[in-house]
Ligand binder design. Structure first.
Ligand SMILES: Nc1nc2c(ncn2[C@@H]2O[C@H](COP(=O)(O)OP(=O)(O)OP(=O)(O)O)[C@@H](O)[C@H]2O)c(=O)[nH]1
Ligand SMILES: O=C(O)[C@H](O)COP(=O)(O)O
Length: 233
């Protein structure tokens, strides 16, 4: 049995991703943003959680190659069947491969924070159970299930409440966490405005780099030094 939770990252093909940003970003910018968020996620997990095996679930061969380049295993899904189906496929794979638990993390969290994820992992005391990190919009931005297939997945609108109800229905111990960074995923134009304000406020170098993806006139080399940082009008 593998005691470290398997980290599961579901990733939809980039050209199909971030459709809710359509009123703000072109298809090309959406695809590039989704890809960059994905690369950041895979690189972060490989760097900070090397002791955890990682499994990327995707229907995209190129994303599979990207995953393997970051040391993750790949579970190929036949098509884009939805996040819940991807999570279920991963749970079945995890069970078959001897994992006692899985931690699903989406590939669109703006700023992953090692201490937050370690706090989430520490809140799981072993044995059957569920830990939910609620997203700002009521969704689920990280979901630990032990065993991996402990319950049916209900990703979508207000999914944190749905996952909590499912865990209770099954009499599974369940923790719901609100973690500042892990609760912020980039879904809507409002999220994009929040990110722009964050960048303007204290734009860390890594966040400023994200903005270049939808501010075509800016490239990393053209970006003003942080002290003089200002957004284009
Ligand atoms: N493997 C897989 N991953 C998915 C699927 N749907 C969403 N995801 C991933 O799950 C995470 C959260 O998904 P969403 O917030 O719905 O992201 P999105 O689908 O790009 O956004 P919208 O197109 O605006 O709904 C992201 O990492 C997505 O890539 C799916 O059908 N299969
Ligand atoms: O939170 C969820 O259930 C999934 O991530 C989909 O919801 P989202 O698109 O709001 O993230």
């Amino acid at each position: 049995m593998n005691h470290y939770p398997l980290i599961v990252i579901p990733i939809k093909a980039f050209d199909l991703a971030k459709t809710r940003l359509g009123e703000r970003l072109s298809p090309d910018h959406r695809s590039r943003l989704a890809q960059r968020l994905c690369e950041r996620t895979l690189s972060f997990l490989a760097r900070h959680f090397p002791e955890h095996d990682r499994l990327v679930v995707t229907a995209s061969a190129s994303i599979g190659d990207l995953a393997m380049a970051h040391g993750a295993q790949v579970l190929e899904e036949p098509g884009v069947d939805g996040l819940s189906q991807a999570a279920s496929r991963a749970a079945a794979w995890a069970r078959r491969h001897g994992y006692e638990s899985q931690l699903l993390i989406p590939a669109d969290i703006v700023q992953l924070d090692e201490q937050e994820i370690r706090r989430l992992l520490a809140s799981f005391s072993g044995g059957p159970g569920v830990v939910i990190c609620q997203a700002n919009d009521g969704g689920t931005n990280a979901l630990l299930t032990a065993p991996p297939d402990a319950m049916v997945f209900h990703f979508g609108l207000d999914s944190a409440a749905a996952h909590y109800a499912e865990a209770r229905r099954r009499a599974l111990p369940c923790r719901v966490l609100k973690l500042k960074n892990l609760s912020f995923d980039l879904d809507t134009p409002t999220d994009l405005s929040t990110l722009e304000a964050l960048i303007q406020g204290n734009g860390s170098e890594t966040l400023q780099e994200l903005k270049t993806l939808w501010t075509p006139c800016m490239t990393p080399s053209e970006m003003a030094p942080r002290a003089a940082w200002r957004t284009t009008p």
